[in-house]
Write a protein that binds this ligand. Structure first.
Ligand code: SF4
Length: 406
C-alpha cells in the first residue's frame, strides 16, 4: 500500500474506533466518589459552571484535579476496572472516617494506619469480585490477581509511593502557599498551568512537568503513559483547565497515552505495521521476538513506539502538514516543522486531517475495543468486534493476531 492508500485505511479504522470511544468513554468514575458526586447532575454530567465554587476550602476544579493526579498514578496494571473500583472504594471509605485526603492531603499521612488498612481491605473486596473473570480472560490464575503495581505485595510501599506521592504534590504546594500568606484553594491548577520556563506551555508540556519538575515532579511514581493519561482526562474527559480555548490546551494538545490494550488494537488492525516496517519495530524493541506469553509469540512493548520514525508517513503531504500543525500549534513540542513523523503522532495527525474525531475519542475507543473484544490471547472476539470489517488482522493478515502479545 502506498502512503495515500494507507492514510485512507487508517482513516477508516480510526473513525470506527472514535465512534466506539464516543459510545464508551474511558474515565475514572469521579461521580461515584462521595465527596465529588455533588459536582455532577442527575444524569452524571459534570456541572461545569460551578467548577470554581468552594468546597471544603478548595475549588471543585482543584479537588477533581487532585483526584485525577492520584488516579493517573494508580490507574495501571492488569485490570483497570478493578483499579478504578479500588480508588472509589478507598476514597469513600476514607471520607466516611473523616480522612479527607483530597481536601486535606495531610490527612492521608496523619492517619496513615487508616489509609493503609483501607487500601488493603478494599483490594481484598475487589479481588473477590473480579479475580475469576480476569483470570479467564487472560489465561491466568485468580490467585495472581494483584492491583498493587509491579507485582509488589507490600501495602506500605504501595500506599506511600503510589498514593502518597501524588497527594504530597498539593500538600506541599498548599503548605508553601500558606507560608507565603497565599490561598491554597487552587494550588494544583495554578502549578499545572503556570509558566515554568523549561517545560512547553501546553498540556503536552504539563505531562513532563508533573513527572520531571525538579521539586514537585513525581519522577518514577508516574510513567510517561500515566502522565499522558492525566493530560487526556483534564482536557478530554473533564474540562478542568481554564485556558482550553488556546490550541495548546485544547483537544490535540497532548500525545495519546496508548496503553497495552490500545497498542494491541493498533497493531492488529494493521496501523502500526502499515506505517512502520517490521525491521524498524524490532530494532526499537517495540516487537520483541520470542518474548510473548508462552514463548512462541513476540512481545509488543507499546511504550517503545514513542519516538519511532515512520518513513512512509513522510511520503504523505497531508500527514506531514498535519504533523507540523500538531507539533507546533498544539503540542508546542517544536518551534518549526519536525524533520520526521513519529509513529505515536500518526493517529492525532490523521484525526486533524479528518476533523470529526479527537485523540481522546480515539484513545477511549482503543481502550474499549482492547478490553471488550480484542483480548490478549490468540482468539479475540473478532466476530463481535465493531472494527471487524476494517481490521487487517480479522480480514487478511491473521498473523497480526496470533503472532504478537502485549
Ligand atoms: S476485529 Fe479482532 S483483531 Fe481486530 S480489533 Fe477487533 S477483536 Fe481485535
Amino acid at each position: 500500500m502506498d502512503a495515500s492508500a494507507r492514510l485512507q485505511h487508517t482513516l477508516q479504522v480510526l473513525r470506527a474506533v472514535a465512534e466506539v470511544g464516543r459510545q464508551f468513554p474511558s474515565e475514572p468514575e469521579l461521580k461515584d466518589i462521595t465527596p465529588l458526586c455533588s459536582y455532577f447532575d442527575e444524569s452524571g454530567t459534570l456541572i461545569e459552571d460551578r467548577l470554581d465554587s468552594r468546597d471544603g476550602g478548595v475549588t471543585r476544579r482543584e479537588a477533581m484535579l487532585r483526584m485525577l493526579l492520584l488516579s493517573a498514578v494508580i490507574d495501571q496494571g492488569p485490570d483497570i476496572e478493578g483499579v478504578r473500583r479500588l480508588a472509589v472504594g478507598v476514597l469513600n471509605d476514607l471520607y466516611s472516617r473523616e480522612v479527607r485526603v483530597l481536601h486535606r492531603p495531610l490527612d492521608f499521612f496523619e492517619h496513615f494506619h487508616i489509609s493503609a488498612t483501607s487500601i488493603e481491605e478494599c483490594h481484598a473486596v475487589v479481588k473477590a469480585a473480579r479475580a475469576a473473570a480476569w483470570a479467564e480472560r487472560n489465561d491466568s490464575n485468580p490467585a495472581k490477581y494483584l492491583l498493587y503495581m509491579e507485582n509488589a505485595r507490600q501495602t506500605l510501599g504501595y500506599a506511600i509511593y503510589r498514593w502518597g506521592a501524588p497527594l504530597a504534590v498539593p500538600l506541599m504546594l498548599t503548605q508553601e502557599a500558606g507560608a507565603r500568606g497565599r490561598e491554597g484553594a487552587d494550588v494544583l491548577h495554578r502549578f499545572l498551568t503556570a509558566d515554568h520556563g523549561c517545560f512547553a506551555r501546553s498540556v503536552e508540556g504539563m505531562t513532563y512537568l508533573i513527572k520531571d519538575h525538579a521539586r514537585y515532579g513525581l519522577g518514577k511514581a508516574i510513567g510517561d503513559k500515566a502522565a499522558h493519561l492525566f493530560g487526556k482526562w483534564v482536557v478530554h474527559s473533564f474540562p478542568l483547565l481554564l485556558n482550553r480555548d488556546d490550541p495548546a490546551w485544547g483537544p490535540w494538545s497532548y500525545e495519546v497515552p496508548f496503553d497495552s490494550n490500545a497498542g494491541r488494537v493498533l497493531y492488529r488492525t494493521g496501523i502500526v505495521t502499515g506505517w512502520v516496517d517490521e525491521a524498524r519495530l524490532r530494532r526499537h524493541e517495540v516487537i520483541q521476538p520470542g518474548q510473548g506469553k508462552g514463548g512462541d509469540t513476540a512481545y509488543m512493548r507499546v511504550t517503545n513506539l514513542r519516538g519511532v520514525e515512520s518513513e512512509l508517513a513522510q511520503e504523505s503531504p497531508a500527514i506531514v502538514a498535519a504533523n507540523k500543525e500538531l507539533c507546533v500549534r498544539h503540542l508546542r513540542s517544536h518551534k518549526r516543522a519536525p524533520v520526521k513523523v513519529q509513529a505515536q503522532h500518526i493517529p492525532s495527525a490523521v484525526s486533524l486531517i479528518d476533523g470529526t474525531m479527537t485523540p481522546g475519542q480515539i484513545d477511549d475507543g482503543l481502550i474499549k475495543v482492547g478490553t471488550e473484544w480484542c483480548f490478549n490471547t490468540g482468539t479475540p472476539r473478532c466476530s463481535e468486534c465493531p472494527l471487524r470489517s476494517v481490521c487487517a488482522g480479522a480480514t487478511e493478515q491473521p498473523d497480526l493476531i496470533t503472532a504478537v502479545r502485549t
